[in-house]
Write a protein that binds this ligand. Structure first.
Ligand code: AMP
Length: 212
């Protein structure tokens, strides 16, 4: 199974990717996570990408495209994957399409998890992460246990101004991603509201795996 996962900030891409990894036993390739690791490790890529990320802007294609192509080259024949956060520009989509065709790794689906902007802002601006475990909480909807509350942190791009910028950016991406994957017959829209389990069930149906 080879899947592209897209959706606005807070749509639950990370949660659903973790579920898809367990469900289909395929690796999760998240460009946001790769970039955050690079920033944390202070690599050359991290130093160049950090400012764009903090402002909620896209990291330029000349930095992004080689990063993903390098990861794709590491995949064996018939490999499955969940590509989360890529492509986000037309150039990225076209490069990916060519790279996958060359390697005979056709996509099965481009999953678009959709939520209203207001829900995106509510979910993201309240998001808190335990840096020790990576567990994600929400300040109102799923607060951390009291002994962990003082240690949880907010991602620098999860503030209201940064989320607003990321949402505007997302809508620009959506405007070309939707027709691009619709034309290839790969687009699967999924309602991202409700519990993670409800969304996973909708994804199972959208992938045509309800009986598998
Ligand atoms: P995400 O975790 O997917 O929300 O990504 C966090 C941030 O990483 C984004 O706001 C961008 O700054 C950067 N980023 C992730 N994926 C890409 C991409 N495909 N192209 C450009 N920038 C990206």
């Amino acid at each position: 199974m080879r899947i592209i996962l897209a959706g606005p900030p807070g749509a639950g891409k990370g949660t659903q990717a973790a579920w898809l990894v367990r469900r289909f036993r395929i690796p999760h390739l998240s460009t946001g996570e790769l970039l955050r690791a690079a920033v944390e490790q202070g690599t050359a890529l991290g130093r160049r990408a950090g400012g764009f990320m903090k402002a909620g802007q896209l990291v330029p294609d000349p930095l992004m495209v080689p990063l993903v192509l390098e990861r794709l080259r590491e995949l064996g024949p018939n490999a499955g994957f969940i590509l989360d956060g890529f492509p986000r520009t037309r150039a990225q989509a076209e490069t990916l399409d060519t790279a996958l065709a060359e390697r005979r790794l056709p996509l099965d689906a481009a999953l678009l998890i959709e939520i209203p902007d207001q829900l995106s802002i509510e979910r993201i601006s309240g998001r808190r992460i335990d840096p020790a475990t990576g567990i994600i909480y929400h300040a109102q909807f799923n607060p951390p246990p009291s002994d962990l509350a003082a240690g949880v942190v907010q991602r620098q791009d999860d503030t209201v101004p940064a989320v607003t910028a990321r949402l505007a950016q997302y809508h620009a991406e959506e405007a070309f991603l939707v027709p691009f994957y619709e034309q290839l017959g790969l687009l699967r829209r999924v309602d991202g509201s409700g519990t993670p389990e409800e969304v996973s069930r909708r994804i199972t149906v959208a992938l045509g795996k309800a009986d598998a």
